[in-house]
Design a protein around this ligand. Structure first.
Ligand code: THU
Length: 138
């Protein structure tokens, strides 16, 4: 796994915290922020966006990844993803987001997961997050 220099990690965490504060989560009261780092040093943020029709909710990770696609940032340009949720000691991405990560990010890309207890932070690669994943037949 490509370990990030401490200053870059801190930058991603600051960005994820800032975007978590913009989360639209009146139903769960569970804000989440994601910060996607590109190989050329750009940071693309995303937050969770909920809806009264609960199934329409979009997680922070997918908001950031869909923004990357919309901005023409391809899979190979992605270097790391950091996910932050202050409501738990450490966040663990949901299954839907893991499936989307697998399609839109390089398999060895690190996913840093952070909550309110920094000592509980974890890092996984995208491939580690979804072993035996479904991929569309070639
Ligand atoms: N959520 C995320 O945004 N990312 C995760 O990794 C887990 C869950 C959101 C979805 C919903 O808005 C709220 O957190 C509670 O599930």
């Amino acid at each position: 796994m490509d370990d990030l220099p401490a200053a870059l990690y801190q930058q991603l965490l600051d960005e994820a915290r800032a975007v978590a504060a913009r989360a639209w989560c009146p139903h769960s009261m569970f804000p989440v922020g994601a910060a996607l780092l590109t190989r050329d040093g750009r940071i693309l943020p995303g937050c969770n966006v909920e809806n009264a029709s609960f199934g329409l909710t979009n997680c922070a990770e997918r908001s950031a990844l869909f923004a990357a696609v919309s901005q023409g940032v391809g899979r190979e340009s992605l270097r790391a993803l950091l996910v932050y949720a202050p409501g738990v000691p450490v966040i663990s991405p949901c299954g839907a987001c893991r499936q989307v990560m697998l399609e839109l990010m390089p398999p060895e890309c690190p996913v840093y997961c952070v909550g309110h207890d920094p000592s509980a932070s974890r890092a996984w690669t995208v491939a580690e997050l979804l072993p035996g994943a479904f991929v569309f037949p070639e």
